[in-house]
Design a protein around this ligand. Sequence first.
Ligand SMILES: C[S@@+](CC[C@H](N)C(=O)[O-])C[C@H]1O[C@@H](n2cnc3c(N)ncnc32)[C@H](O)[C@@H]1O
Length: 211
Amino acid sequence: MQTPEERYIQAHSTAQGEALEWIEKQTNIRTNYPRMLSGAVQGRFLTMMAKISGARNILEIGTFTGYSAACLAMGLTSPDGHVDTIEVNDELEDLIREGWSKAGVSDKITLRIGNAMNILKELPGPFDLVFIDANKREYSEYYELIIDKIPSGGLIIADDVLWDGKPWQEPQPQDKQTQGIVAFNDKVVADTQVEVVLLTERHGLSLIRKK
Ligand SMILES: C[S@@+](CC[C@H](N)C(=O)[O-])C[C@H]1O[C@@H](n2cnc3c(N)ncnc32)[C@H](O)[C@@H]1O
């Protein structure tokens, strides 16, 4: 259920279009945690960032039902631009491929099924834009595995960095997801290789640029 503010924001952002609407609807019907999907406004933001940056090689960590990967692919401006996306849950593959086909982006995306912690070690890069949106406990490890594969001027967009306001509340020893986000946010802001701005869009998005 959207708040009035969210409805207003979505109504005054470019519409997502029928194919993305289809992925969102099917995600609601066919998956247990549809809230994980980026949503219309964040999706438009990802498309916009891909367009503005002119990124040719995009990497996504955490495909889920393929919504955000489709948004990133829609933002590719170069004819040889490509998106690699990693998802550990192979049961999602049929839905992912159906949605990409409807969106007309199948030939622009490579789906890599497996654990990102292994796959990232094998992908050589370079990556002009990386969208981190998988296991919150592992964000710092993903960062370590990709940062040297990002050229100067390259971008990382990290989702869920505000994690329902938990990062600035009393730490709970058993809450490893919040600890993962806190460690990641602290690591990035202290890393002199990058500049970062933490945006309040939805669950928090960090926009990180390699100097
Ligand atoms: C928040 S969802 C991604 C949402 C998607 N990016 C979107 O905006 O529509 C996180 C996804 O990451 C996947 N995931 C979690 N840990 C992973 C790992 N270590 N390697 C690959 N995928 C992982 C989960 O199975 C889940 O589908």
